[in-house]
Design a protein around this ligand. Structure first.
Ligand code: NI
Length: 183
C-alpha cells in the first residue's frame, strides 16, 4: 500500500468526467482502492474520489463519523459507479472543504435527502438513503466524478475563505468554529 499524490484544483483530471468501471475482476482494483484508503487516512479526510489521485475512474471512498450522523456511524464505504437521486427539493447550506482545494472553505447548498446506489468491490449493487452530512459527503465526492469541485456549486462566493482565517477570527471573538472535514 502507498500514499498517493493528491491532485489540486487546476489539474485536468479534476475537470473531466471519469469513466465507469467495467471490469470488477481487474487485479489492480483492490490495490488501488487500498492506496486510496491509505491516502484518505493520511490526509485526515472523510472522503476521496479516484480523480483526486489522478485516476479518471468512477470510484469513491468515504465514511461518516457517528457524531456527524445522529449517532449512527457509516463505516468506510467503497462505491463504484455511484448514482445519486435527490428524494425531494429540500436543500441546506453548510461549509465544505476539499483535499484538492487545500486551505479554503465555503458554503455550499446540497440536497438534504438523497438516495444513492453503487456497486461494491465484488460488483454487487447496493442502495442506500442518506440525509444531512452523510448526503453532503456523498454529493461532494460524486461531483468529483463529473469534474465538479465545490466552489462551482457555491451560491454565495463571498463565503469562500481561508479556513485558518475564519478559525482565528472566531477565536478572537471567543467563539468556537467547527469546520467540516475535507473530502
Ligand atoms: Ni473534494
Amino acid at each position: 500500500m502507498s500514499v498517493l499524490p493528491i491532485a489540486r484544483m487546476g489539474a485536468e483530471v479534476l475537470k473531466q468526467r471519469a469513466a465507469e468501471v467495467t471490469d470488477f475482476k481487474d487485479s489492480d482494483l483492490k490495490g488501488f482502492v487500498n492506496d486510496m484508503i491509505e491516502t484518505m487516512v493520511e490526509a485526515r479526510g472523510v472522503g476521496l474520489a479516484a480523480p483526486q489521485v489522478f485516476r479518471g475512474q468512477r470510484i469513491v471512498i468515504f465514511f461518516v463519523p457517528a457524531g456527524r450522523n445522529g449517532g449512527v456511524e457509516i463505516p468506510l464505504t467503497v462505491m463504484i459507479n455511484p448514482v445519486i437521486t435527490p428524494l425531494d427539493d429540500a436543500t441546506n447550506d453548510a461549509f465544505e472543504a476539499c483535499l484538492s482545494v487545500p486551505g479554503l472553505t465555503g458554503t455550499v447548498p446540497r440536497f438534504t435527502n438523497i438516495k444513492y446506489r453503487f456497486h461494491d468491490m465484488m460488483g454487487a449493487e447496493i442502495e442506500r438513503e442518506a440525509t444531512g452530512f452523510h448526503a453532503r459527503v456523498v454529493q461532494h465526492e460524486c461531483d468529483h466524478l463529473d469534474g465538479v469541485l465545490y466552489p462551482q456549486r457555491m451560491a454565495d462566493m463571498t463565503t469562500l475563505a481561508f479556513a485558518d482565517v475564519l478559525q482565528a477570527e472566531a477565536e478572537a471573538r471567543g467563539e468556537e468554529l467547527e469546520l467540516d472535514e475535507e473530502g
